[in-house]
Design a protein around this ligand. Sequence first.
Ligand code: ARG
Length: 465
Amino acid sequence: MAQLWGGRFTKETDRLVYNFNASISFDRKFYEEDIEGSIAHVVMLEKQGILTEGEKNEIVKGLTGIREDVKNGILEITEEYEDIHSFVEANLIQRIGEAGKKLHTGRSRNDQVALDMKLYTRAEVVHVAEETEELLRTLLTIMEENLETYMPGFTHLQKAQPVTLAHHMGAYFEMFKRDSLRLRDIYARMNYCPLGSGALAGTTYPLDRAYTASLLGFEGPTLNSMDSVADRDYLIEFLSALSTVMMHLSRFCEEIILWNSNEYRFVEIDDAYATGSSIMPQKKNPDIAELVRGKTGRVYGALVSLLTTMKGLPLAYNKDMQEDKELTFDAIDTVKGCLALFNGMLKTMKFRKDVMAASAVNGFTNATDAADYLVGKGMPFRDAHEVIGRLVLFCIEKNKGIDALSLEELKEISPVFEADLFEAVSLKACVEKRLTGGAPGPGAMKEAIRQNREFLNQSWLKERA
Ligand code: ARG
């Protein structure tokens, strides 16, 4: 048991207490961030005349050595240390002696851990956004290739009006685009450095917090030392954004599972992304889509868990906040994994364009267009709706589609129908007439694709690179 705080105690910590309290098993994940923060801290301490140049050089060299040795597997992070901060400091003192004991001057583990977690998450916000934009690129390619791939659009899971595959994928593009923008906003809002806030009330040393912040690539230092050590809003926002990404993925997965079923047959998942059954030889199951849908629950769980942990915590630091780590790490790893797998599945999926088009033809997806046709002939829309309602009922009785009726049959319903109806309610016409911005018509779709191509070319991630 290696602790940083023995002086005031007369007894050894109980073993179970030690284990319960320790965080090394998971905060070892940010050993590099911990060292990076410590290096910035001592560089600043020297600039401020708090450490000598010699001390600073020794400490930086020691810390860099620890980082290299851990990376190369020469130095193992073992559970005998309470947390990653203790591990690094103890190793530093072992390596360089007296100067190492000065590392923690003007710092507390409270502002240290706030910084480490922020550095770690800040990088992960970018990684998740990169994975999201990879998916956006796949979606845009499918959109460009499928401007005339017709399929039914649904409301209430009932066929509603014909759309195109480009349009359907375009809806998901918008969702994941918002996800990327949400991550950009979170990045900007969290990008302030808590280091130099001490345990809660700052320090008595003349730290240059703005300097440390700039060394670590932050916009600036945070403005209130109590808030700095007590704030986990940025994690809650990130978990909320991750939950939204998962909600989008899960909806998409649900559709793919339906589309891949024998009833729809709209898509075929590539063999590399499907699995079989141990008993039923004919089966090819969409397990990846189901697992992504299933893992959504655990990311939501992380969000609700942290919200609940933070609720009711008095200012400033409380040990409850140590609970922020495992769940955040798990949520980040889950979302990155899901995005990558989903993207691979989507890229290799085959769309059965003939089945989709055939499905769009039946189910009266052109009924609205038939009503619009009558409006074009001068009938008020509400009357046209009534006429087409009767026409659909007639078709259901005859077991025929609108376009399979004869002109005589049509005229029985309304004398306004002429032979030009058939062209007006064809699948192609139904889609092509939809011109409004955001609609599936080719003009509107091309404009959406152009703007979205531009979005990817101007990505906020490029500014950061
Ligand atoms: N392991 C702690 C955490 O994750 C680090 C901060 C500990 N600070 C303290 N005063 N015990 O929150």
